[in-house]
Design a protein around this ligand. Structure first.
Ligand SMILES: Nc1nc2c(c(=O)[nH]1)N[C@H]1C(S)=C(S)[C@@H](COP(=O)(O)OP(=O)(O)OC[C@H]3O[C@@H](n4cnc5c(=O)[nH]c(N)nc54)[C@H](O)[C@@H]3O)O[C@H]1N2
Ligand SMILES: Nc1nc2c(c(=O)[nH]1)N[C@H]1C(S)=C(S)[C@@H](COP(=O)(O)OP(=O)(O)OC[C@H]3O[C@@H](n4cnc5c(=O)[nH]c(N)nc54)[C@H](O)[C@@H]3O)O[C@H]1N2
Ligand code: SF4
Ligand SMILES: [Mo]
Length: 724
């Protein structure tokens, strides 16, 4: 007899917005995915990507069993065989070359996977290697460092209280495409419109008039990478015009007013030409922001992942603080999560050790990923001989991907925890494919902490786990236990972990958390009983409790952050400023996101790729180089024409797309494309391969304070490729 269709309430884990979804299944088939109207947080909102969930589940090319590379290609093997072989090889390599000979790279999907977050660490601990890397250092590393220094914990990041604010300033974020980042916020469009409806303002500062700028009150072009200068001038204006409103915060940040002495040399008139925004406009923005009642100054990808990303994020925090908006309703607030991971996670050790070759600083146990290829290719003690890649595709997503691709070829052993044979996992000797998101229990242990409203939701696995499948946590725990055994370490505690599962850990956190008693009585069971999730109210003032420093005071860390002003002066104002050299030929490269794409990995979904024209020559209009018509004229380029884009490290050929939405002097290319490498296996993606922008980004060019990559503001040259 055929099973009846069943409805389940779950959560989309593709981006940070945590949309509730209604999934209809029949037997083990997914029939449909729609927005869950009864989810109190997302209220039925989903974006087009929700439809990709079914495609991912159905994708015939998604791996369902472990694979071993042989002379004639990948062949399936059993889980026991796969896990035993991986553990034995990693152990042997560490035995021969030392622990650091095994490197680990963790990609973005791990942040959306409670099993990886809670149980992955047992595996890294068993490996005990310094060579750990992740997508953090091509992304939000500056936020962690700012929070570590100022509030004492890398994850204690204030979130914009968007539903109550009067002024929302967005610097280098495009939430209409990304659905928000370090701001978990379903249905951002509705919320941005609501600000304007209640008389508030939304202002976007971006080298592109983005989709978000299109629905905002005001947009200012800014020269890529100059945001730190803008922030210095904004802070200067605040003092010069007596707009500082910090009385309440001084109790928690006694040194706050000393900021004045660091910004005195940055009047708007001095920075204006470098930033590309007039002094008048800068002053008006600051005045209006400070008069607004409440305001959020929010900076993301574009502001973080650039030459002065860490300084910029720090200055943004100071701007929120000095305008009285930290810890204020409608400003930047700390969240009150139901399952608080902070007391159980590392606060973020920094400055303790440095990478072997380039001496880049480790933060929270990880080196900047820009150091990865040289750590593989440079001989000597501590050289990486084997890599574990967990849910990431660094060949397409990290700087100088082509060089990393080549470096991977020389490794003795590679293992990938991934369900696709990607541009990266094709290097693997063994691939361990976990189940897809809806097939495992889920509680957002990261993104509830970054949400614009407090809420809690548990999404049980859709189906009983099929035999011969494993979740990420089962893979990591299985490897950890085997490696500990091989190292003659105690393994008794594993029995408890297998039984407890990550869900049990979340249950413990809920039961010891702030909503454990009283009205909500939170536990996994109470959440199971409320499958749409529950609302826990708006964000609340949380100082001084939010501060993890012993004295409960916010640490201004001037010595650390403001030290970077020397580099900034040099970069923008020295007679030898790189910005003045060859300035006529250079364009500055930035990135962009598309609503139907997700970093490197939704390009095999028929629903996401539908309607994408391809001219049969491998061109892909979604992967185009956007340039301003004035630049096109200057270089003799027609709309749609193939152009070459060249940086210090590489060259790509890509069709030009002319648009006056981009600032003159700037070129925008999205990342995650370049599915044209022999040996990867995603049929649809390969038909629309595009090129990888990270064959242009430069691993030697860093935000030096943090070691974070520079993906925005990369100097490039362009030229038309003439047909024939
Ligand atoms: N030029 C440029 N480069 C960028 C960016 C940019 O803006 N510009 N953005 C950067 C940012 S913000 C990020 S976060 C990185 C992302 O960089 P990465 O994390 O390296 O890349 P993803 O494409 O997210 O990798 C996803 C991989 O994980 C696999 N996967 C998906 N779900 C799971 C799962 O549940 N478990 C496991 N084990 N695997 C899974 C997919 O099959 C895919 O191979 O890219 C960065 N790169
Ligand atoms: N659809 C979709 N959604 C996603 C993702 C995806 O790949 N696709 N990825 C997810 C991930 S991993 C992340 S981290 C988030 C990122 O989410 P966002 O931070 O919103 O990132 P983007 O959408 O890339 O927007 C960055 C904006 O910064 C601008 N910009 C570039 N350089 C500069 C600069 O120097 N200064 C300023 N002021 N602006 C600049 C760009 O023009 C762009 O509009 O998105 C997440 N959501
Ligand atoms: S915005 Fe789209 S991708 Fe993000 S959680 Fe919601 S449905 Fe999923
Ligand atoms: Mo990201």
């Amino acid at each position: 007899m055929q099973a009846q269709p069943q409805k389940h309430y779950s959560t989309c884990t593709l981006c940070e917005a945590m949309c509730g979804i209604e999934v209809t299944t029949q037997g083990r088939e997914i029939l449909s995915v729609a927005g869950d109207k009864k989810n109190p947080f997302s209220e039925g909102h989903v974006c087009p990507k929700a439809a990709a969930i079914k495609d991912l589940y159905d994708d015939p090319q998604r791996l369902r069993q472990p694979m071993r590379k042989t002379a004639s290609g990948f062949e399936p093997i059993s889980w026991d065989d796969a896990l035993d072989s991986v553990a034995t090889r990693l152990h042997a390599i560490q035995n021969q070359h030392g622990n650091d000979a095994v490197g680990v790279y963790l990609g973005n999907p791990n942040a959306h996977n409670m099993g990886s977050i809670l149980f992955g660490p047992y595996f890294y601990r068993a490996l005990n290697t310094h060579n750990r890397y992740s997508a953090t250092s091509v992304d939000q590393l500056p936020h962690h460092i700012v929070s570590r220094q100022m509030f004492g914990h890398q994850l204690q990041i204030p979130i914009g209280d968007i539903d109550h604010t009067d002024y929302f300033m967005i610097i280098g974020g495009n939430p209409l495409a990304s659905n928000g980042s370090i701001m978990t916020v379903p249905h951002i469009k509705r919320r941005l419109k609501a600000i304007q409806k209640r008389g508030g303002k939304v202002v976007v500062i971006d080298p592109k008039k983005s989709e978000t700028a299109d629905i905002s009150c005001e947009h200012h072009f800014i020269k890529p990478g100059s945001d730190a200068l803008l922030m210095l001038a904004m802070l200067h204006t605040m003092f010069a015009r007596n707009l500082v409103d910090a009385d309440e915060l001084l109790e928690h940040a006694p040194d706050l007013l000393q900021v004045e002495s660091f910004v005195k040399d940055y009047p708007p008139a001095r920075v204006s030409a470098r930033v590309g925004i007039s002094a008048d406009e800068i002053e008006t923005m600051v005045t209006e922001f400070c008069a607004a009642g409440s305001g959020i100054c929010y900076g993301r990808m574009g502001a973080s992942v650039q030459t002065f990303g860490t300084l910029t994020q720090y200055l943004i925090m100071l701007f929120n603080m000095l305008s009285g908006n930290l810890n204020r309703r409608g400003g930047m607030m700390f969240t009150q999560p139901a399952a608080d991971t902070l007391p159980h996670s590392g606060r973020g050790t920094m400055g303790k050790y440095f990478s072997r070759v380039r001496k880049l600083p480790a933060f929270a146990g990880e080196y900047p990923v820009a150091a990865l290829s040289e750590e593989i290719t440079t001989p000597g003690e501590g050289q990486i001989k084997a890599m574990v890649i967990g849910g990431g595709n660094p060949v397409l997503t990290t700087t100088n991907g082509k060089q990393l691709d080549k470096a991977f070829e020389q490794l003795d052993f590679v293992v990938a925890v991934d369900f696709y044979i990607t541009e990266t996992s094709r290097h693997a000797d063994i691939i361990l494919p976990p189940v897809t998101a809806l097939e495992r229990d889920h509680y957002d242990v990261v993104f509830h902490n970054f949400a614009v409203r407090n809420s809690a939701k548990f999404s049980p696995a859709l189906f009983e786990q099929a035999p011969e499948t494993k979740t990420d946590w089962q893979i990591y725990l299985g490897l950890a236990e085997r490696i500990d055994k091989l190292n003659d370490k105690a393994t008794e505690h594993y029995a408890t972990l297998w039984q407890k599962e990550p869900t049990g850990v979340v249950d413990d956190m809920l039961r010891s958390g702030r909503y454990a008693n009283g009205e909500h009585n939170l536990s996994i069971q109470t959440l199971r009983d409320q499958p749409h999730g529950i609302d826990l109210g708006p964000l609340q003032p949380e100082l001084p409790a939010a501060v993890y420093h012993g004295d409960k005071k916010i640490n201004m860390a001037f010595d650390y952050f403001m030290a970077d002003l020397v580099r900034l002066e040099d970069h923008f104002f020295s007679p030898a400023s790189p910005l003045d050299q060859h300035s006529a030929e250079i364009l500055y490269l930035i990135g962009r996101r598309h609503l139907k794409s997700n970093n490197s990995w939704l390009h095999n979904s028929p629903r996401m790729m539908k309607g994408l024209l391809s001219d049969g020559k491998g061109q892909n209009p979604r992967c185009s180089a956007q340039i301003h018509p004035a630049d096109a004229t200057r270089f003799g380029i027609q709309d749609g024409q193939l152009i070459s884009v060249t940086s210090r490290v590489g060259k790509v050929e890509i069709p030009a797309e002319l648009t006056d939405k981009i600032m003159p002097g700037v070129i925008s290319i999205p990342h995650g494309w370049g599915h044209n490498k022999a040996g990867s296996a995603w049929k649809l993606a390969e038909q629309h391969s595009g090129v990888s922008v990270n064959d242009l980004t430069d691993e030697m060019c860093l935000d030096e304070l943090s070691g974070n990559a520079v993906l925005n503001g990369v100097p490039v040259t362009i030229a038309p490729i003439n047909a024939g």
